[in-house]
Design a protein. Structure first.
Length: 164
């Protein structure tokens, strides 16, 4: 296993990740806690290495053969279970996410933007519009997000994982 760069470990740089296609649930949870993670079917083998080098990203992988391809810095994810995977990445990278929860699109990774309530009336269900006041949206994929029970359940899950 290769370790993250010292500058990343020391917290002097905002860490960005490139995750292989075997780590979809880990990707979602890293985005929930506010980290920039690229992910997709094209990110395997040399495609993953190229993408990580192009953007200065730390590779997260379950591919034992990746080391033979002389990748940049990477973390070999040891567990098959996303909770253990998230614990490992938070621990090894010393991730901090105070104030960063729910700041990225869970689908496309774009940083979310606050959107005034009156601009989302046609984009969300009537009940949501009537009961919620805070909205954010992804300008890339046009998804609208709002704090509701699903966010509370995610926070509870993070507490169970004990990464908060």
């Amino acid at each position: 296993m290769s370790k993250p760069k010292e500058s990343i470990e020391a917290g002097t740089t905002e860490i960005k990740f490139a995750a292989d296609r075997m780590l979809g649930r880990l990707v979602k949870w890293l985005r929930v806690i506010g980290y920039d993670v690229i992910y997709g079917p094209h990110l395997t083998g040399y495609g993953l290495i190229r993408a990580a080098r192009a953007d200065g990203r730390l590779i997260l992988t379950r591919d034992r053969r990746l080391k033979q391809k002389q990748p940049p810095e990477f973390i070999f994810i040891e567990s098959d279970h996303y909770r253990d995977q998230l614990r490992q990445v938070v621990r090894e990278c010393r991730l901090k996410f105070t104030g960063k929860l729910f700041s990225r699109c869970l689908e496309c990774n774009t940083a979310l933007q606050i959107r005034p309530k009156e601009t989302v009336e046609q984009l969300v269900p009537a009940y949501v519009y009537a009961t919620q006041d805070i909205f954010s949206w992804c300008f890339r994929c046009r998804r609208v997000y709002w704090p509701a029970t699903h966010q509370q359940k995610m926070v509870e899950e993070l507490e169970k994982i004990a990464v908060r």
